[in-house]
Design a protein around this ligand. Structure first.
Ligand code: ZN
Length: 327
């Protein structure tokens, strides 16, 4: 049986400090033990000395956790999940009243209350997205893009349209390789620049061998049609049951010509808002047409999390970004 010392201390501290319901009921009891399964809280059990009351509490928590899991808790390592939570469309109970959303009862200001693993959505120090209001010249950091044309499997997960990429190459952030896993869209944009919101934003999500995430973001300004995105737009799945294949797609074609970027330490922009995500946001927007945004929003309602406090972060303005062919 695991004990509390095996848990991520940051996560444990966050639970104790910020989840009075669970702290009160469970952390006061030394007879309780937490197990972490795959980076997300999965189950809690009482050790031998538990009182009858604590056993009831544990049974209640088990039930709660089962409900959370059925409702879309991360499967496997939270960091290995995609950047839009690890929700599986169509899972039983996935769309109950407490499910996360972009407005209403499950809206962004409630995310932290919907599941214990979402606490960092409220308590985190490096949440995304942010408003890029001030930036400073980067000092020595380097992101190399080594993408290659690849096949896509385009899905609708209910929160975004996501293109899973097979063999799409990788990026290197300060020498650390991150494999391209998927890309997806937000309309309107999630990041803002000096308060300006853009019509759309594409997120290219990468994962390192250690399960760390790095995202390349591209802002899209209302204007001409974005030809690079046309093959994906021709395959937008209308429902969560729908899945479309794109035989080959060149992700680099979505990038602006000027590859200067902002870099900062952030998080997933959807529950569970996991931190430790390395963000690189292209400074130059590329266009997207009203018709393209409309086609997206007809399937996916506006899906931008509000900008989060900067707290102690710096944004680096990086301009030595390079596009390299795959090794
Ligand atoms: Zn995103």
């Amino acid at each position: 049986m695991a004990d509390q010392d095996n848990l991520d201390p940051t996560m444990l501290a966050a639970f104790r400090a910020s989840e009075p319901r669970i702290s009160r009921r469970f952390f006061a009891r030394r007879s309780s033990t937490w197990l972490l399964a795959g980076g997300a809280m999965a189950v809690m059990t009482a050790c031998g000395t538990g009182s009858a009351a604590s056993k009831e509490d544990v049974a209640a928590l088990r039930k709660e956790i089962a409900a959370i899991k059925a409702g879309g808790a991360p499967e496997g390592d939270a960091k290995a999940a995609d950047a839009h939570g690890a929700e599986k469309p169509g899972a039983a109970g996935a769309h109950d009243a407490k499910h996360w959303a972009y407005e209403g009862e499950g809206g962004p200001d409630k995310w932290a209350d919907l599941a214990p693993e979402n606490l960092v959505c409220r308590t985190g120090a490096t949440q995304s997205p942010i408003d890029i209001a001030k930036s400073q010249p980067g000092a020595g950091g380097r992101t190399n893009i080594k993408w290659q044309p690849a096949g896509l499997s385009v899905i609708n997960n209910g929160h975004t349209i996501q293109a899973d990429v097979a063999n799409g190459g990788a990026i290197e952030v300060d020498g650390v390789p991150y494999t391209l896993v998927q890309f997806h869209f937000h309309a309107p944009s999630e990041h803002t620049v000096n308060g300006k919101r853009f019509a759309m934003e594409t997120h290219f999500v990468h994962k390192s061998a250690q399960g760390e995430l790095a995202v390349v973001g591209v802002l899209h300004e209302a204007g001409a049609a974005n030809d690079a995105l046309a093959p994906v737009w021709a395959a937008l799945p209308k429902t969560t049951e729908d899945k479309k294949a794109v035989a080959t797609f060149d992700c680099a074609s979505v990038l602006p010509k000027d590859r200067s970027m902002y870099r900062y330490a952030g998080s997933l922009t959807t529950p569970p808002c996991t931190e430790g995500v390395r963000w690189q946001l292209m400074q130059s927007p590329t266009p997207v047409s009203d018709a393209q945004v409309k086609a997206f929003n007809e399937i996916i309602k506006p899906n931008a999390r509000p900008v989060q406090p900067m707290k102690a972060r710096d944004v680096l303005k990086e301009s030595i970004w390079k596009l390299l062919s795959p090794a």
